[in-house]
Design a protein around this ligand. Structure first.
Ligand SMILES: [Zn+2]
Length: 258
Protein backbone atom coordinates (compact mmCIF):
# COMPACT_ATOMS: atom_id res chain seq x y z
CA UNK A 1 0.00 0.00 0.00
CA UNK A 2 1.40 3.41 -0.89
CA UNK A 3 1.87 5.94 1.79
CA UNK A 4 -0.95 8.01 0.34
CA UNK A 5 -3.56 5.22 0.27
CA UNK A 6 -2.51 4.15 3.72
CA UNK A 7 -2.97 7.73 4.87
CA UNK A 8 -6.33 7.98 3.12
CA UNK A 9 -7.48 4.76 4.71
CA UNK A 10 -6.53 5.81 8.20
CA UNK A 11 -8.26 9.16 7.67
CA UNK A 12 -11.37 7.28 6.58
CA UNK A 13 -11.13 5.02 9.61
CA UNK A 14 -10.73 7.99 11.91
CA UNK A 15 -13.69 9.70 10.26
CA UNK A 16 -15.84 6.66 10.91
CA UNK A 17 -14.60 6.51 14.47
CA UNK A 18 -15.41 10.20 14.90
CA UNK A 19 -18.96 9.49 13.72
CA UNK A 20 -19.20 6.62 16.15
CA UNK A 21 -18.00 8.80 19.00
CA UNK A 22 -20.26 11.71 18.13
CA UNK A 23 -23.16 9.25 18.13
CA UNK A 24 -22.63 9.21 21.87
CA UNK A 25 -24.16 12.68 22.23
CA UNK A 26 -26.94 12.01 23.02
CA UNK A 27 -26.16 8.48 24.14
CA UNK A 28 -29.01 6.71 22.35
CA UNK A 29 -26.66 5.11 19.82
CA UNK A 30 -23.94 4.19 22.27
CA UNK A 31 -23.00 0.59 21.93
CA UNK A 32 -24.85 -0.21 18.73
CA UNK A 33 -21.56 -0.49 16.88
CA UNK A 34 -23.19 0.65 13.66
CA UNK A 35 -20.62 3.33 12.98
CA UNK A 36 -17.47 1.39 13.67
CA UNK A 37 -14.86 1.31 10.91
CA UNK A 38 -15.86 -1.58 8.63
CA UNK A 39 -13.06 -3.95 9.50
CA UNK A 40 -14.25 -4.00 13.11
CA UNK A 41 -17.68 -5.24 12.09
CA UNK A 42 -16.36 -8.66 11.01
CA UNK A 43 -14.83 -11.58 12.90
CA UNK A 44 -12.80 -11.75 15.01
CA UNK A 45 -13.74 -8.23 16.19
CA UNK A 46 -17.47 -8.92 15.92
CA UNK A 47 -17.00 -11.68 18.51
CA UNK A 48 -14.85 -9.72 20.96
CA UNK A 49 -15.47 -7.21 23.70
CA UNK A 50 -14.46 -3.86 22.23
CA UNK A 51 -13.37 -0.77 24.13
CA UNK A 52 -13.90 2.15 21.78
CA UNK A 53 -12.55 5.69 21.90
CA UNK A 54 -11.15 7.53 24.90
CA UNK A 55 -11.63 6.97 28.64
CA UNK A 56 -13.61 10.24 28.68
CA UNK A 57 -15.30 9.96 25.25
CA UNK A 58 -16.05 6.43 24.22
CA UNK A 59 -18.22 3.36 24.59
CA UNK A 60 -17.97 -0.40 24.72
CA UNK A 61 -19.45 -3.43 23.03
CA UNK A 62 -20.08 -6.90 24.48
CA UNK A 63 -18.62 -5.86 27.83
CA UNK A 64 -18.10 -8.35 30.66
CA UNK A 65 -19.97 -8.00 33.95
CA UNK A 66 -18.00 -8.09 37.18
CA UNK A 67 -19.08 -10.96 39.45
CA UNK A 68 -19.45 -10.81 43.20
CA UNK A 69 -17.77 -13.50 45.28
CA UNK A 70 -16.67 -14.22 48.83
CA UNK A 71 -13.81 -11.76 48.16
CA UNK A 72 -15.50 -9.06 46.12
CA UNK A 73 -18.62 -6.98 46.62
CA UNK A 74 -20.10 -4.34 44.31
CA UNK A 75 -21.48 -1.22 45.99
CA UNK A 76 -25.28 -1.12 45.83
CA UNK A 77 -25.45 1.98 43.66
CA UNK A 78 -22.81 0.63 41.25
CA UNK A 79 -24.54 -2.60 40.26
CA UNK A 80 -25.77 -1.16 36.97
CA UNK A 81 -22.26 0.11 36.21
CA UNK A 82 -20.24 -3.06 36.76
CA UNK A 83 -19.34 -3.68 33.09
CA UNK A 84 -15.92 -3.41 31.51
CA UNK A 85 -13.44 -4.97 29.16
CA UNK A 86 -12.72 -8.57 30.27
CA UNK A 87 -9.05 -7.70 30.89
CA UNK A 88 -10.09 -5.29 33.64
CA UNK A 89 -12.93 -7.40 35.06
CA UNK A 90 -10.75 -10.49 35.33
CA UNK A 91 -7.90 -8.51 36.89
CA UNK A 92 -10.24 -7.23 39.60
CA UNK A 93 -11.56 -10.73 40.30
CA UNK A 94 -8.04 -12.19 40.44
CA UNK A 95 -6.71 -9.45 42.72
CA UNK A 96 -9.61 -9.72 45.19
CA UNK A 97 -8.97 -13.45 45.45
CA UNK A 98 -5.22 -12.83 45.89
CA UNK A 99 -5.68 -10.39 48.80
CA UNK A 100 -8.07 -12.84 50.52
CA UNK A 101 -5.55 -15.64 50.02
CA UNK A 102 -3.02 -13.73 52.14
CA UNK A 103 -5.50 -12.20 54.57
CA UNK A 104 -8.50 -14.40 55.15
CA UNK A 105 -11.86 -12.67 55.21
CA UNK A 106 -10.74 -9.76 53.02
CA UNK A 107 -13.54 -8.25 50.97
CA UNK A 108 -12.83 -5.86 48.10
CA UNK A 109 -15.47 -3.14 47.74
CA UNK A 110 -15.85 -2.13 44.09
CA UNK A 111 -17.62 0.98 42.83
CA UNK A 112 -18.34 2.04 39.26
CA UNK A 113 -16.75 0.48 36.22
CA UNK A 114 -18.78 1.46 33.13
CA UNK A 115 -22.40 1.03 32.11
CA UNK A 116 -23.23 -1.95 29.89
CA UNK A 117 -22.74 -0.05 26.63
CA UNK A 118 -20.39 2.58 28.05
CA UNK A 119 -20.69 6.28 27.30
CA UNK A 120 -21.06 9.13 29.80
CA UNK A 121 -21.58 8.01 33.40
CA UNK A 122 -22.98 10.30 36.11
CA UNK A 123 -20.38 11.42 38.63
CA UNK A 124 -17.39 10.65 36.40
CA UNK A 125 -15.40 12.21 33.60
CA UNK A 126 -13.92 8.93 32.40
CA UNK A 127 -15.37 5.41 32.98
CA UNK A 128 -16.81 5.57 29.44
CA UNK A 129 -15.03 2.82 27.55
CA UNK A 130 -14.75 -0.08 29.98
CA UNK A 131 -11.16 0.48 31.05
CA UNK A 132 -11.72 2.30 34.39
CA UNK A 133 -12.74 0.97 37.80
CA UNK A 134 -13.11 2.48 41.27
CA UNK A 135 -11.96 0.22 44.08
CA UNK A 136 -12.41 1.00 47.77
CA UNK A 137 -9.48 0.79 50.16
CA UNK A 138 -9.10 -2.02 52.64
CA UNK A 139 -9.83 -0.71 56.15
CA UNK A 140 -8.96 -1.83 59.67
CA UNK A 141 -9.81 -0.95 63.26
CA UNK A 142 -7.36 0.06 66.00
CA UNK A 143 -6.64 -3.62 66.76
CA UNK A 144 -5.80 -4.28 63.10
CA UNK A 145 -8.96 -6.26 62.40
CA UNK A 146 -10.53 -5.89 58.94
CA UNK A 147 -13.39 -3.40 58.69
CA UNK A 148 -15.85 -3.39 55.80
CA UNK A 149 -17.88 -0.35 54.77
CA UNK A 150 -20.47 -0.21 52.02
CA UNK A 151 -19.34 3.31 51.11
CA UNK A 152 -15.92 4.61 50.12
CA UNK A 153 -14.16 5.95 53.22
CA UNK A 154 -11.96 9.06 52.79
CA UNK A 155 -8.56 9.09 54.52
CA UNK A 156 -6.01 11.72 55.47
CA UNK A 157 -2.32 11.09 54.70
CA UNK A 158 -1.83 9.73 58.23
CA UNK A 159 -4.17 6.89 57.35
CA UNK A 160 -6.99 8.07 59.61
CA UNK A 161 -10.54 7.98 58.27
CA UNK A 162 -11.56 11.62 57.90
CA UNK A 163 -15.08 11.23 59.28
CA UNK A 164 -15.05 8.00 61.26
CA UNK A 165 -12.77 7.82 64.32
CA UNK A 166 -11.25 4.38 64.92
CA UNK A 167 -11.13 3.39 61.24
CA UNK A 168 -7.70 3.25 59.61
CA UNK A 169 -6.16 2.76 56.18
CA UNK A 170 -4.92 -0.84 56.10
CA UNK A 171 -1.45 -0.31 54.62
CA UNK A 172 -0.66 -4.02 54.50
CA UNK A 173 -3.78 -5.16 52.68
CA UNK A 174 -3.80 -2.17 50.36
CA UNK A 175 -0.25 -3.13 49.43
CA UNK A 176 -1.32 -6.73 48.85
CA UNK A 177 -3.82 -5.30 46.39
CA UNK A 178 -1.22 -3.07 44.75
CA UNK A 179 1.19 -5.98 44.44
CA UNK A 180 -1.55 -8.13 42.88
CA UNK A 181 -2.14 -5.42 40.26
CA UNK A 182 1.54 -4.69 39.64
CA UNK A 183 2.37 -8.35 39.07
CA UNK A 184 -0.67 -9.05 36.88
CA UNK A 185 0.88 -9.12 33.43
CA UNK A 186 -2.32 -10.03 31.63
CA UNK A 187 -4.31 -6.89 32.30
CA UNK A 188 -2.03 -4.11 30.97
CA UNK A 189 -2.33 -1.67 33.84
CA UNK A 190 -1.94 2.00 32.79
CA UNK A 191 -2.68 4.12 35.89
CA UNK A 192 -3.67 3.82 39.51
CA UNK A 193 -5.09 7.16 40.61
CA UNK A 194 -4.91 7.96 44.32
CA UNK A 195 -4.45 11.12 46.40
CA UNK A 196 -0.93 12.52 46.72
CA UNK A 197 -0.98 11.97 50.49
CA UNK A 198 -1.96 8.31 50.26
CA UNK A 199 0.48 7.75 47.39
CA UNK A 200 3.27 9.00 49.63
CA UNK A 201 2.02 6.84 52.49
CA UNK A 202 1.91 3.68 50.35
CA UNK A 203 5.38 4.24 48.90
CA UNK A 204 6.91 4.81 52.36
CA UNK A 205 5.22 1.70 53.72
CA UNK A 206 6.37 -0.33 50.71
CA UNK A 207 10.01 0.76 51.13
CA UNK A 208 10.20 -0.49 54.70
CA UNK A 209 8.29 -3.74 54.14
CA UNK A 210 10.54 -6.50 52.76
CA UNK A 211 7.85 -8.32 50.81
CA UNK A 212 6.81 -5.14 48.97
CA UNK A 213 10.09 -3.19 48.64
CA UNK A 214 10.96 -4.59 45.22
CA UNK A 215 7.66 -3.30 43.78
CA UNK A 216 8.00 0.27 45.05
CA UNK A 217 9.63 1.56 41.86
CA UNK A 218 6.80 0.20 39.69
CA UNK A 219 4.23 1.47 42.15
CA UNK A 220 5.76 4.97 42.04
CA UNK A 221 5.26 5.07 38.26
CA UNK A 222 1.66 3.88 38.29
CA UNK A 223 0.30 5.67 41.38
CA UNK A 224 -0.64 9.26 40.63
CA UNK A 225 -3.06 12.01 41.51
CA UNK A 226 -4.40 13.35 38.20
CA UNK A 227 -3.98 17.12 37.96
CA UNK A 228 -7.15 19.13 38.26
CA UNK A 229 -9.36 16.15 38.99
CA UNK A 230 -11.17 15.10 42.16
CA UNK A 231 -8.86 14.07 44.97
CA UNK A 232 -8.83 10.28 45.17
CA UNK A 233 -8.65 9.99 48.95
CA UNK A 234 -11.44 7.41 49.29
CA UNK A 235 -10.67 4.90 46.53
CA UNK A 236 -8.19 3.70 43.95
CA UNK A 237 -9.16 4.44 40.38
CA UNK A 238 -7.49 1.85 38.21
CA UNK A 239 -7.23 2.06 34.40
CA UNK A 240 -5.98 -0.49 31.91
CA UNK A 241 -4.37 0.28 28.55
CA UNK A 242 -5.98 -0.40 25.19
CA UNK A 243 -5.73 -4.02 24.05
CA UNK A 244 -2.93 -4.39 21.47
CA UNK A 245 -5.13 -5.47 18.59
CA UNK A 246 -7.60 -2.58 18.53
CA UNK A 247 -5.45 -0.09 16.64
CA UNK A 248 -7.13 3.25 15.99
CA UNK A 249 -10.33 2.12 17.71
CA UNK A 250 -8.95 2.72 21.21
CA UNK A 251 -7.04 5.62 22.75
CA UNK A 252 -5.11 5.11 25.98
CA UNK A 253 -5.39 8.60 27.42
CA UNK A 254 -8.32 10.91 27.91
CA UNK A 255 -9.22 13.37 25.18
CA UNK A 256 -7.92 16.82 26.09
CA UNK A 257 -10.64 19.22 27.05
CA UNK A 258 -13.02 16.28 27.47
ZN1 LIG B 1 -12.99 6.62 38.95
Amino acid sequence: MTRRTKWARSVAALGALGAALSALMPTANAGTGRDLPKRYLDAPFSLMSLTVGYPNAGFQLRAKKLKESDFLRIKDNSREHAFAHPALVLMLERSAREVARFEKGSLMMVGDLSSKDGGPLAGHVSHQSGRDADVGFYLKDSAGRPVVREHFEPFDPNGHARWEPGVYFDDYRNWLLLRAWLTDNRAGLAHIFVSTGLRWRLLEYGKKTPEFARYVEDAAVLLKQPAGRAVHDDHFHVRISCPDNLGELCYNESRLGG
